[in-house]
Each structure stands twice: as structure tokens, then as C-alpha cells.
Design a protein around this ligand. Structure first.
Ligand SMILES: C[S@@+](CC[C@H](N)C(=O)[O-])C[C@H]1O[C@@H](n2cnc3c(N)ncnc32)[C@H](O)[C@@H]1O
Length: 266
């Protein structure tokens, strides 16, 4: 998925990825950094780095670590490369590449996937291929969606419709929006040890209403534009009106879940 996108489709998805980095990414990034520091990682491969906002955030915080991003979407790689150049970051590179069992056999201290494994057609084979490219004692860190656990402090029908429509879009695109549930099992089957899985909630109470509002608005606008049959204009207008009501959103505190898993190659 996401390799044969038109520039217009790519621009919509890029906006979602940036909004994710600027919302839930604020919680995920320090956890990922902590895992990379704990394992004294010097060289990290980010598989499916997309437009690079999350990867560059890590690179800015961890100047002593060398980051390599790959993505099979050349438009995303071009975005990431231009950001790297603009910010004069010297510890990160990015290039086009497709990750599977045939990917080059260089070894890394750590491999990261964020919202990438959920697009794999064969997740066990994907995780096995990651395992093969880690050094002994290397760590695999995977940040993935756990949409099935997303909910709210107080239920709201608009939030339910939003979530159901996005789930239908994921199904159509062949992506597993709840692969977070399976990370522990996938890691264990590949041979990883010391497996830990934590859950992160992105909500008005955790990232602030403004960031949450921006993420939901951008996701809804992209969904309505990319898949109008699954996300209609009425739903878009309902979502926009709902997320703009700060007091209501803060009271209901809807949340999206992601899972962060780590495992060591023995
Ligand atoms: C949802 S985006 C996430 C991007 C980025 N990791 C982030 O957190 O914003 C998933 C990305 O993975 C890329 N991707 C999916 N499968 C891939 C594979 N097998 N090899 C390389 N890139 C892949 C897609 O092109 C897309 O840019």
C-alpha cells in the first residue's frame, strides 16, 4: 500500500502523518527514544519512514545515533530528504527501498516500524525478516495502531461512526488497524525475547484538544476525499462540528490507541 499513490493522494496522507507525529507522536517518541537509549543503539533502521516527521524528531533528539529511513513510496522519500536538507541534519539519511525477506542483509542495532507492519501482507514473514537484520542483542521497536481499543470517557455516536468508517477504509486498503493486539505474539514467534508491549492513548486529555482536533479533522477530510462512499459528507460535517466544540470534547475525552512493542534478539 501507499507506493502507487497519485501526488494528490500522497499530499492528503502526508498531512495525516504529520498530524500524527504532532499529536500521538509526542507521547510515542520519548518512549521509543528511551528504548533506543536503554539498548545503547548506534545505528537504527526505520522501515516505512514515510514523509519523515517522526524519524526526524528522533534524529534531532538523538544526535549520537545514526538513523537510516527507507520507504517504498518515492514521493514520501523526496519529502523526507528535503526536510533533512532544510534542517541540516547529519545523522539521518533516507532512501527508496522495499522491505521484505530479500532486503539487503546489513545488520542494525535497532529496527523501528511505525504504522508500517499493519500494511504487511504477511506480518510473520515481515517480522522474521526484521529479526534477520538485527545484530545479536539488537532491539525491534514497533509502534502500531490498536484501533479496536479506541473508545471515549463518554460515548458519542459521531465518534463511533468516525471509527467505523475509518475501519472500513483500512479493510479496503488491506491494512490491519488493530495489529497492535498481535505484536506480542508476532515478536515471540519470530524468536524475540524480553518482549514488552505498552498502550498509548491519544486524546484531548493526553495531547491537548488542539492537537487532537487537528488530527481528527485532517483524518476526516482525507477519508472523505479518498473514499467518499465509505466516509460521506454528512459524517465529515458532523465530525467537524463535534471536534470544534472544545468543552464537549474535553468532557467526552475520546481516545485513539496505539501499541508500542519491543523485543530483543537473543
Ligand atoms: C502509515 S505510513 C507511516 C509512515 C511513518 N512510519 C510514520 O510513522 O509517519 C506507512 C509507510 O510505510 C511504507 N511501507 C509499507 N510497507 C513497506 C515496505 N514493505 N517497505 C518499505 N516501505 C513500506 C508506506 O509507503 C508508508 O509510507
Amino acid at each position: 500500500m501507499e507506493s502507487g499513490l497519485t501526488p494528490e493522494q500522497h499530499a492528503l496522507i502526508r498531512k495525516i502523518l504529520v498530524a500524527q507525529t504532532e499529536s500521538v507522536g509526542l507521547i510515542e517518541a520519548p518512549i521509543v527514544e528511551g528504548l533506543l537509549r536503554d539498548h545503547r543503539c548506534r545505528c537504527v533502521l526505520d522501515v516505512g519512514c514515510g514523509e519523515g516527521s517522526f524519524l526526524l524528531r528522533l534524529a534531532r533528539q538523538m544526535k549520537g545515533v545514526r538513523f537510516v529511513g527507507i520507504d517504498h513510496n518515492p514521493l514520501a522519500v523526496a519529502d523526507a530528504q528535503s526536510k533533512i536538507k532544510k534542517r541540516s541534519l547529519r545523522n539521518v539519511t533516507c532512501r527508496t527501498g522495499f522491505f521484505d525477506a530479500r532486503f539487503e542483509r546489513l545488520k542494525y542495532d535497532a529496527i523501528l516500524t511505525r504504522y508500517t507492519l499493519q500494511h504487511a501482507s504477511d506480518p510473520p514473514a515481515f517480522v522474521a525478516a526484521i529479526y534477520e537484520r538485527l545484530r545479536k542483542k539488537g532491539v525491534f521497536v514497533s509502534v502500531e495502531s490498536l484501533d479496536a481499543y479506541s473508545s471515549a470517557h463518554e460515548d458519542n455516536p459521531v465518534w463511533e461512526r468516525f471509527r467505523m468508517s475509518l475501519a472500513a477504509i483500512h479493510r479496503r486498503g488491506g491494512s490491519n488497524d488493530s495489529i497492535g493486539k498481535s505484536l506480542g505474539r508476532l515478536f515471540a514467534a519470530a524468536g524475540f525475547r524480553n518482549i514488552r508491549v505498552q498502550v498509548v492513548l491519544c486524546s484531548p486529555s493526553t495531547v491537548g484538544w488542539k492537537r487532537f482536533q487537528a488530527l481528527i479533522r485532517i483524518s476526516a477530510e482525507a477519508a472523505a476525499s479518498l473514499c467518499p462512499d465509505l466516509f460521506d459528507r454528512t459524517l465529515l460535517e458532523d465530525v467537524q462540528m463535534w471536534v470544534d466544540d472544545q468543552a464537549r470534547l474535553e468532557r467526552e475525552d475520546p481516545f485513539l490507541c496505539t501499541a508500542i512493542a519491543s523485543g530483543i534478539k537473543p
